[in-house]
Design a protein around this ligand. Sequence first.
Ligand SMILES: *Cc1c(COP(=O)(O)O)cnc(C)c1O
Length: 375
Amino acid sequence: MNKIEMVDLRSQYLRMKDEIDAAIQNVIDSTAFVKGPAVKQFEDNLAGFLGVKHVIACGNGTDALQIALMALDLKPGDEVIAPTFTFIASAEIIALLGLTPVLVDVEPDTYNISAEAVKAAITPKTRAIIPVHLFGQNADLDAILELAKLNNLYVVEDACQSIGSNYLGKDGSVCQSGTLGDIGCTSFFPSKNLGCYGDGGAMFTNNDELAAKIRAISNHGMMVRYYHDMVGVNSRLDGIQASILDVKLKQLDDFGSRRNAAATYYDNAFNAIEELQTPHRSPVSTHVFHQYTLCVKNGKRDALKDFLNDKGIPAMVYYPVPLHLQKAYIDPRYNEGAFPVSEKLCKEVISLPMHTELSDDQLLYITESVQEFFG
Ligand SMILES: *Cc1c(COP(=O)(O)O)cnc(C)c1O
């Protein structure tokens, strides 16, 4: 049995080595290292895959969120609603831009924010909502978009973990994750479902005006070279990363199937274990299992993690601390106990190895080890 990794990037590379190596060599031969034709081609192909009018690549997923908010002309003190149970990036860029984060709790089954929670957090200063589609499953967007329309709010979707998943609309429509809000953002960090071999990210929108602005902001605020119409940043995708992503994009649906097969294997092995809650499948979304995350009851999470680690099985806690209890974001509005679901999840969640290359013998070993722990 091969060594079990949380994310096995090496085995995946070896499976696609010839095509990836050739793509990289092409860019080196062209010397179009930053932006250039490989980036344009990838942006066009990703737009086609997502069924969206504009894709603008950038330096990473955090930049994508930041540039998206910059494009909305928000003013210092404007409030942006975001979940407290997630990766730090959303709160970070809200704070960096001088905006006020308004955090909300997540649902105990999907770990995503609900329209009810958002509704309760809206004030006259609210300008935008950032739903994060956590662990690979979309939040309930129909309700959130309706609320946004009613209150004249922007919706910036954080699809960093959910790219390739489908949102299943109330009206029977099927849309790619990140394409329903005003702007969708994703990350191509190596361990993401569509990962490159360095940093990368992208924004998507169907709005021509926002697209032009996003493109300018991500390139020093330039519409015309050396004429700076707005304050921008330097956040671009490089050609080598784009060429790798273009190869992997063709396999994104297959990656999703492989992740789902592993998740089903896990589910079947764990469903009978009383002390484990397996991932809930939302009726409004397909799942691409960026993470396979269990809830462990009776305070046994840390013991399970140590037990698995000792057996050579990586397991991680995403996330151990909710945003409102992070040192840098301590805020008198939100004390311990403010968001009970998120705080409980931080004590109970554990994510198991999840990637596109998990073999049957690895899955058997992992599931038998978990079963052994619960005896
Ligand atoms: C990874 C991630 C980001 C940030 O992406 P980077 O490319 O690492 O900057 C933002 N939000 C979520 C939910 C993520 O998982």
